[in-house]
Design a protein around this ligand. Structure first.
Ligand code: UD1
Ligand code: MG
Length: 432
């Protein structure tokens, strides 16, 4: 832990065309900047996050998830640009690794090569499939990087260069602090570019080391198109790792899985499944087009076309099609078709008939439905919560349960069925 780290996140993110700050846009369920902070914390205990645009909101979100970071606000009016962002920072260590808030795919292990370097200026480059938007690395005859030219400052020749600046740097702290002061803003954007330090270092005959890194990992996210590309790459990485660890996926490219989901045992995910938030999926089969949100699914099968909403615990249970579960604990239950089970607890051996609804909301508050063991719930039952059903109860089909039901009872509130023979003909004769 003998390096300091700066994460730059003070830009306006204009190309994102969004009211949400760029670094808070989510990738695999997690704001972009969180990914890089999490990795930075594996490498350093002196991490500086530079903010400006919407700094209060970004800081609040970061602090809900991380602690021990140093925040600073860039003097954007006087020193705009990535070079301006670093002005005035004090570092604990002799080396500073500079990362950007818009590079969500970089992992701590991808940075290990930087940490081994002794040079005062280490930068990163890759050959971009589409270099537009990136700073171009102008190389000399020995393939050393002479300088970086930003997109808006390029001439026609420089526009053709496809070796670009990846945006990760390692600087000697002393070099950085001495030379940030001499950056100029005589460029197309009137900004102080951190990238100009490369040319300055060359002018001072310092060795500038360039590390070639993979574009797939170091790409910057500047637009919503970049956001979707980064999401595709991260999802592919997440799913490949999970499959290597034993999860079966049918048509994995159609499946979405949040970064924070944990799988245990043997799990099967069919196509078009979406797993969002922090979930635990253990020895379970999630069938096609089901959505699981911040819940635990253990020894169960869910779907097709089911939705398990946050704070649900589904254990030893079968959930079928068009069943919505919210904030409920189901253990050893069968709910095969078309139900809404919200704010409920349902115990072992209970069968939930088709069309069962927990009426959990009275327009003001949410109430609980508690259902015991071995209850047989007939189709089209409504539970008007709060309500408690003890063990071994039968609820007749079509019942609206408005009172607690004692163990061993039948609950039925049907009115007697009348059959009027010959009514059809009489009715339509009259109408015509
Ligand atoms: C930057 C580099 C470019 C490189 C690319 C790699 C500069 C001048 N350009 O361009 O050479 O190819 O990254 O992805 O460095 N930021 C601040 N303060 C500011 C401006 C930006 O903190 O005043 C932050 C942003 O929030 C962002 C990062 O710095 O996280 C990079 O800024 P961005 O505007 O995305 O720069 P690029 O045009 O991508
Ligand atoms: Mg960028």
């Amino acid at each position: 832990m003998n390096i300091s780290i700066v994460i730059l996140a003070a830009g306006f993110g204009t190309r994102m065309k969004s009211n949400t700050p760029k670094v808070l846009h989510k990738i695999s369920g997690y704001p972009m900047v969180f990914h890089i902070i999490e990795e930075a914390q594996k490498l350093s205990d002196d991490i500086h996050v530079v903010l400006y645009h919407q700094h209060e909101l970004i800081r609040e979100k970061i602090e809900q998830n991380f602690s021990g970071l140093h925040f600073s606000i860039q003097d954007h009016e006087n020193y705009p640009g990535t070079g301006g962002a670093l002005r005035g920072l004090e570092f604990k260590n002799e080396k500073v690794l500079v990362l950007c808030g818009d590079m969500p795919l970089v992992k701590a292990e991808d940075l290990s090569e930087f940490l081994k370097c002794d040079e005062d200026v280490v930068m990163s480059v890759f050959k971009a499939q589409n270099p537009h938007g990136y700073g171009r690395a102008v190389l000399d005859e020995n393939l050393h990087v002479k300088k970086i030219v930003e997109q808006k400052d390029t001439n026609d020749e420089e526009k053709k260069i496809d070796t670009v600046n990846a945006g990760v740097y390692l600087f000697g702290t002393k070099f950085l602090q001495e030379n940030l002061k001499i950056l100029k803003n005589d460029n197309a954007q009137n900004e102080y570019y951190l990238t100009d330090l490369i040319e300055i270092a060359n002018e001072k005959n310092l060795h500038v080391k360039a590390i070639y890194v993979p574009e797939e990992t170091f790409m910057g996210v500047n637009s919503k198109l970049n956001l979707s590309t980064a999401e595709e790459i991260m999802q592919r990485n997440i799913k490949q790792k999970l499959m290597a660890d034993g999860v079966i996926m049918r048509l994995p490219e159609s499946i979405y899985i949040d970064k924070k989901t944990v799988f245990k045992g043997e799990c099967v995910l069919e196509n078009a499944v979406s797993i969002e938030g922090e979930c635990l999926i253990e020895n379970s089969h999630i069938k096609t087009s089901s959505v699981i949100e911040s819940s635990e699914i253990i020894n169960s099968s869910v779907g097709p076309l089911a939705r398990i909403r946050p704070q649900s615990v589904i254990k030893n249970t079968h959930i079928g099609n068009f069943v919505e579960v919210k904030k409920s604990t189901l253990n050893g239950v069968k709910a095969g078709h078309l139900s809404y089970l919200g704010d409920s607890e349902i115990d072992e051996g209970t069968n939930v008939g088709c069309g069962t609804i927990t009426c959990n909301y009275d327009g003001v508050k949410k109430h609980k439905t508690i259902i015991g063991k071995n209850v047989f719930i007939g189709s089209d039952t409504q539970f008007v919560a709060p309500v408690k059903i003890e063990d071994e109860v039968i609820i007749a089909a079509g019942t609206c349960v408005t009172k607690d039901v004692k163990k061993g009872s039948l609950a039925i509130n049907r009115s007697p069925l009348k059959i009027l023979e010959g009514f059809y003909k009489k009715h339509f004769m009259k109408a015509r």
